[in-house]
Write a protein that binds this ligand. Structure first.
Ligand code: NAD
Length: 323
């Protein structure tokens, strides 16, 4: 049981990767060696010093690949995934990864993921490469409750191992049917939730400007056809969901620039597969402009409510309202 996890590598120790690597350290057998790399050396140093002896620092993605049987990556965009795997001097594929398992958990375009997989398999036919993007944010990474969308078939021979390993970082793991379909699932989800956030912001803004207490309106949505996780858990209007980023200055959520990236990738995918979009262009423009707005940049993507001019200090206008 423990032998299959003799050596596990992790590349990309950012907002998501860092707590995910910590979860692995907690759950892998004590005999497992964990090899880590990030282009930011301080991230490696912090992880290695905090988790005392559990992590081994590496100088490159190549070194991680040389020393690990399983290689996981979690970096921002397709260009970074290319760098991690395809860089001619220090990329993963410059190491001999025959028989090794590679899992990229970044949210990127399917074309890049397919290119990396094809190059990996043509050079090392006994290796395997999977896309496995996640949903659930930093909180989900810290609590190991991520939803993981795995680009593999139900009958893939590696599925039990993948479920066991990814289960150390997530709660719900869905095999999505085949290579790059994990990414497809992730992009479809974010396209939909991005639009719901805009629609919920707009609708609550219409109601409020017409004199309606947004608490009452959100409660009505909850039991009506406008119900959604965005309305119930991640409401863009400050003060409606106490735990939502909107109620804490839009801090510590899913950065609006990441939503712009994912939304744009979904729109590109739609074009490629011939799916007609009524809202793609306008939705993308909203996230592009919100990302550029100095009042919104770097904040949780539900800050679209602010970008759309929604009232944030509404409570004084509805002092007698009940939640
Ligand atoms: P981040 O920017 O916080 O972290 C990315 C890390 O990758 C950084 O530490 C960076 O230094 C490192 N990196 C970049 N290029 C590298 C390279 N060539 N080699 C080694 N390390 C490299 O990003 P994040 O928030 O952790 O997001 C990572 C991925 O997860 C993204 O694709 C994002 O869309 C996705 N995601 C993020 C969230 C979220 O809430 N933050 C939620 C779900 C999915």
């Amino acid at each position: 049981m423990s032998d299959k996890y003799r050596s596990v590598g992790f590349v990309g120790l950012g907002a998501m990767g860092y707590p995910m690597a910590q979860q692995l350290a907690k759950k892998l057998p004590n005999s497992s060696q964990i090899y880590v790399f990030d282009v930011i050396r301080q991230s490696i140093q912090k992880l290695c010093s905090q988790e005392n002896g559990r992590f081994n620092s590496c100088q490159s993605a190549k070194e991680v690949a040389e020393r690990s049987e399983i290689i996981i990556s979690m970096v921002p965009e397709g260009s970074h995934v290319r760098q991690v795997y395809l860089d001619e001097k220090a990329g993963v594929l410059t190491a001999d990864v025959s028989g090794k398992l590679m899992i990229d958990m970044s949210t990127i375009d399917t074309a890049t993921s397919n290119t990396v997989r094809e190059q990996a398999l043509s050079k090392y036919p006994s290796a395997s490469f999977y896309d496995a993007p996640v949903s659930g944010g930093v909180l989900g990474a810290e609590k190991a409750t991520l939803t993981i969308m795995l680009g593999c078939a139900e009958d893939d021979a590696q599925l039990p191992l993948l479920q066991d390993l990814l289960g150390m970082m997530g709660k719900s793991i869905f095999p999505c049917g085949g290579p790059s379909l994990g990414l497809t699932a992730k992009l479809c989800n974010n396209y939909c939730s991005g639009l719901i956030a805009i629609a919920t912001s707009e609708a609550l803004n219409i109601g409020m400007r017409s004199g309606m207490d947004p608490r009452v309106l959100a409660n009505i949505f909850h039991t009506s056809t406008a119900q959604s996780a965005i309305c119930d858990k991640w409401n863009p209007v400050p003060g409606l969901c106490p735990e939502a980023p909107a109620s804490h200055g839009y801090q510590a959520g899913f950065k609006v620039q990441l939503m712009k990236k994912d939304f744009g990738l979904a729109v590109d995918t739609a074009e490629r597969v011939g799916a007609r979009l009524a809202l793609g262009k306008v939705g993308l423009e909203v996230y592009e402009k919100t990302s550029e707005d100095p009042e919104c940049r770097d904040l949780d993507s539900r800050v679209v409510y602010r970008y759309l001019g929604g009232k944030e200090d509404w409570e004084k206008d509805f002092a007698s309202g009940k939640s």
